[in-house]
Design a protein around this ligand. Structure first.
Ligand SMILES: [Fe+2]
Length: 440
């Protein structure tokens, strides 16, 4: 009997997690852990975390434990296929026997990709897009040392790579592949205190998106849901204080837990179109994933409310809103207002067309040198990004069915609209700043 005609997700998957060390001082144990795994020479894969001193500090920890270190420090935000292949080449050249990712999601995802490539004798990473594409499980060990309050990549079975070489390029794809899970995840709040405030805001909104998308996704996972909701509570209670002062230990430690718990939850409970939207905009503009989520979250919540007003009312309560005497729809409105207030309090821009330069911004540089530095899409580009959104692996689990016209509407609102309820841009006619089509 084909029960999928009646139940979209009759059988839920519970994915495993790696061992994890969470708390101040955890990173000091990384070298001994690597030695305990039998590793002799690891490859650090990282964006470089320049100016923080973290890479030198962690290198010392490994060397003290008798583990030699090579470093690939050219991972870009929204890691590209060439980052993965270059890291793999260095891994082979230096005869490494294990990987250590240090940084946020970009470093962890590039490492997951390089491990997959290493296990499959150097095949191109773009062959592994999608679900369970790798056919070998004997990957080299991977220690993921996390330094941001978003992504959850140190603990999930997913990784996201931007294809810059195939005919689909630019295309930001997702792999869901159980053996891509790290061997050990480390979250040490002492590594988070040098984060620029923008990154705390952006990655914090990645965590808000993971928790809320998982809680409302149509997988409706009984094990993931309570953890996802509590991650939203923790993030919304602590993000402002962590943003205002990254050395506020209690706020940062709570953000670390929120990040990890949201990662745990969405690994089994999945996500939705905040992420589909974010992947599409990243593919065309190489902009920060969490920033995209911060711009998109209120718009997507508003779009998704009809799928389950009760769940959005729960989100309002998780964010500390008093919903006594309100209907679920009225309470859902409170959730949207609360997430807009939080976004504004931590400097999330009103929309994509008003994004200001932020630390390590990559728009219009590197592989994207011929792309604009400002997001001022015309209808033709919005259509292309809407197609990217519709084809994303996160779209089928979104709680509300999405049409192409819905996707275009959400993109228009995110690029040019005000961040407010019921503020929709239904046409670009008369909208200021829209880029003229090429040749006009
Ligand atoms: Fe994310």
């Amino acid at each position: 009997m084909d029960v999928s005609k009646v139940f979209q997700y009759a059988v839920r998957l519970v994915r495993i997690m790696p061992r994890a060390l969470i708390g101040p001082g955890a990173v000091e144990l990384a070298g001994a852990e690597a030695a305990g795994m039998g590793l002799k020479h690891v490859l650090f894969v990282t964006t470089g975390l320049r100016g923080t001193g973290i890479i030198d500090e962690v290198k010392g920890i490994f060397e003290k434990a008798g583990v030699a270190v090579s470093i690939y420090d050219k991972v870009e935000s929204n890691p590209k296929d060439y980052n993965v292949m270059d890291a793999y080449k260095l891994y082979v050249e230096d005869k490494c026997d294990g990987f250590v990712s240090i940084g946020g999601g970009s470093s962890h995802d590039a490492t997951k990709g390089a491990r997959v490539v290493a296990t499959h004798d150097g095949r191109n990473i773009n062959e592994f897009e999608g679900r369970n594409k790798s056919d070998r499980v004997n990957r080299p060990p991977h220690i993921a040392i996390n330094t941001t309050v978003g992504t959850g990549a140190e603990t999930t079975a997913m990784y996201v790579i931007t294809d810059t070489t195939s005919p689909k390029a630019p295309f930001k794809w997702v792999a869901v592949d159980l053996p891509s899970i790290a061997t050990l995840a480390i979250n040490d709040p002492t590594l988070f205190t040098t984060l620029p405030k923008e990154y705390i805001a952006y990655t914090g909104f990645d965590t808000m998106s993971h928790g809320s998308e998982c809680y409302t996704s149509n997988i409706n996972h009984p094990l993931a849901n309570p953890v996802a909701l509590d991650a939203v509570r923790l993030a919304s209670e602590n993000l402002r204080e962590a943003y205002a002062n990254p050395k506020n230990y209690d706020a940062m430690m709570n953000m670390v837990w929120a990040e990890y718990m949201a990662g745990y939850a969405f690994m089994s409970g999945s996500l939705g179109i905040i992420h589909s939207l974010s992947h599409a905009v990243c593919a065309y503009y190489d902009i920060h994933h969490g920033l995209n989520n911060g711009v998109g979250i209120a718009r997507v919540w508003e779009f998704n409310v009809p799928s389950s007003p009760k769940k959005f009312a729960d989100l309002a309560r998780a964010m500390g809103e008093d919903t006594t005497g309100l209907s679920n729809i009225q309470a859902a409105d409170r959730a949207i207002d609360a997430v807009i207030r939080l976004a504004k309090d931590v400097g999330i821009p009103e929309n994509f067309s008003t994004v200001k330069p932020y630390p390590k911004m990559r728009m219009g540089t590197g592989w994207y040198a011929n792309r604009p530095k400002e997001i001022r899409s015309d209808e033709a580009e919005i259509k292309k990004m809407a197609e990217h959104l519709m084809n994303d692996v996160c779209t089928p689990v979104n709680p509300r069915v999405v049409t192409m016209e819905d996707a275009r509407q959400i993109l228009r609102d995110c690029i040019y609209g005000r961040m407010a309820r019921n503020a929709h841009i239904t046409s670009l006619e008369g909208v200021e700043g829209v880029r003229k089509p090429v040749g006009v």
